[in-house]
Design a protein around this ligand. Structure first.
Ligand SMILES: [Zn+2]
Length: 211
């Protein structure tokens, strides 16, 4: 007991000396925090270590949802149970998606902001940069076609000018595949519950008439 108190005392003295001489603290003392913004926009303080991989962060989601209001937790659980969510690093300008196998997990540092988004899919006949938000506001972005295709490949960020919900719109080409017994696309939580969601990844699947 006495010797461990002595060790703590010595450690504290060492740290004070380092600070006085302008040194930096060892990592174990500065162990950092990461902000997780859930899909409803609520911020959660996480330890860096809790965000070291997709699977690790997922194990902490039940605890994160416990910090939310019951209706916020419920709608997020609905999407999580259907695997219709993902994570992205938000640097204020870009959203970099954190896939399960992504290298991005190793770039997370103290102060990094991770956003959880709800993933929705839309089938379109033509790509556009226009997005009608769930609040009813039509958000138009004026870009030429080449810029648009480039932006959609990377994922274009649109912040609704009225309600400030954030959407990352990504485009991909695909075919409509109808599978026997597949869940209908309109399987959604109630509109009231859905309105609590603030962060989205919208994947637009471009289908051609002859595909
Ligand atoms: Zn809106």
């Amino acid at each position: 007991m006495f010797s461990s108190q002595m060790e703590v005392h010595t450690d504290v003295k060492r740290i004070v000396t380092m600070l006085e001489t302008g040194g930096s603290l060892p990592l174990t003392v500065t162990s950092g925090h990461v902000t997780l913004v859930d899909a409803t926009g609520r911020q959660h303080d996480m330890l860096l270590d809790q965000c070291s991989s997709f699977d690790r962060l997922v194990t902490f989601l039940p605890g994160v949802l416990d910090q939310c209001r019951p209706n916020e937790a419920e709608v997020q659980r609905w999407y999580i149970n259907r695997q219709r969510y993902n994570f992205a690093i938000d640097d204020g300008i870009n959203m970099t998606q954190l896939r399960r196998q992504s290298d991005g997990w190793s770039t997370i540092q103290p102060g990094t902001k991770i956003v959880m988004r709800i993933v929705t899919t839309e089938v379109v006949r033509k790509f556009s940069a226009r997005y009608r938000c769930c609040c009813g506001t039509r958000n138009d972005v004026k870009v030429d076609e080449a810029t648009l295709l480039n932006a959609l490949a990377r994922g274009r960020i649109i912040t609704c000018r009225r309600c400030q919900r954030r959407f990352q719109i990504a485009g991909t080409k695909g075919k409509i595949v109808r599978r026997e017994g597949s869940q209908p696309n309109d399987d959604k939580p109630s509109q009231e519950a859905d309105n609590l969601i603030r962060n989205f990844l919208v994947i637009r699947v471009l289908v051609c008439c002859d595909s």
